[in-house]
Structure formats: structure tokens, C-alpha cells
Design a protein around this ligand. Structure first.
Ligand code: TYD
Length: 137
């Protein structure tokens, strides 16, 4: 299980800024999928799931939003408000996204194709699985 905030180098010049994301250089997995969330309805909260097995890197390329990450024991809130910042999430972690600014574009890179079977969408199932893994020696 791993959660990490990463800073990307800006290839900037007088014309503006550019950030390149490359497998193994600043993205620690083989990128299979990219999706982005935008035009989010005011006040909405989304996510509400954990993945059984997925590596993801979330970048708020425009605007801002917050991530609640919960490993079943500890909860932390991460504020994504710069396109230079990425939130790396690996392992069995419950996530909720909220406080989307009206202009927010949240881009997510993933190491696997979309697969509903990889999702745990019930918080009780999530905590039950966390507790089961804790009792294993
Ligand atoms: P959903 O999982 O509800 O989004 P979030 O967890 O961000 O709240 O996904 C919304 C819809 O989009 C749902 O019908 C599944 C579909 N979807 C894909 O087809 N591919 C994807 O990569 C993702 C993330 C979702």
C-alpha cells in the first residue's frame, strides 16, 4: 500500500509551462488507461470505492479538488490544486473526491484497463476485507 504526493518538473519558457509524463521517469507504472473528470456538478462527492489491484496517478490539471484516502485505519485528505502535483495511489485504499472547483479537470492515469470486477464499492466490504487481512499472520 502506498500513497505519495509527487512534484513534476516544469519544462517552462517564456511561452508558458509544459509537463511531460513518462512511464518509469515520473509515472511508476505502465500506463494502460487515462481518464478525466470535468464539468463536475457543484457540491458533488464521487469515488466511494477501493480497488483490489490498481496503481493510479491523479493530477488536477486545472482547478482544484480534494481526495479523501482511507486505508481502513487512517484517513487523510489531499488537496490537489496545482497541475505540477500528482497523487500516487497504490493498493487497497478507499477514495472519495470532493470540493471540485467549477473549472476542475481531474486527470487519472492507471496501470490497467477499466474493470468493474476490480472495484469494491461497499464501504462495509472494504473494512471487512481490511480487517480480514489484519488478522492474517
Ligand atoms: P465511476 O466509477 O462512477 O466514477 P468515480 O469513481 O470517479 O465516481 O464511473 C462513472 C462511469 O464511467 C461508470 O459508468 C463507469 C465508467 N468508467 C469507464 O467506463 N471507464 C473508466 O475508466 C472509469 C473510471 C469509469
Amino acid at each position: 500500500m502506498k500513497i505519495k504526493l509527487v512534484d513534476f518538473d516544469i519544462r517552462g519558457d517564456a511561452r508558458g509551462s509544459l509537463i511531460a509524463l513518462e512511464k518509469e521517469h515520473n509515472v511508476p507504472f505502465d500506463i494502460k488507461r487515462v481518464y478525466y473528470i470535468f464539468d463536475t456538478t457543484d457540491g458533488v462527492r464521487r469515488g466511494f470505492h477501493a480497488h483490489k489491484n490498481l496503481k493510479q496517478l491523479a493530477i488536477c490539471v486545472k482547478g482544484s479538488c480534494k481526495f479523501l484516502l482511507d486505508d481502513g485505519t487512517y484517513k487523510n485528505i489531499y488537496n490537489l490544486n496545482e497541475p505540477t502535483k500528482g497523487l500516487y495511489i497504490e493498493g487497497f485504499i478507499w477514495r472519495e473526491m470532493f470540493d471540485f472547483s467549477p473549472d476542475c479537470v481531474l486527470m487519472v492515469l492507471a496501470d490497467a484497463y477499466y474493470d468493474e470486477a476490480d472495484y469494491i464499492r461497499d464501504y462495509k466490504d472494504f473494512t471487512a476485507k481490511v480487517n480480514k487481512s489484519k488478522t492474517k499472520v
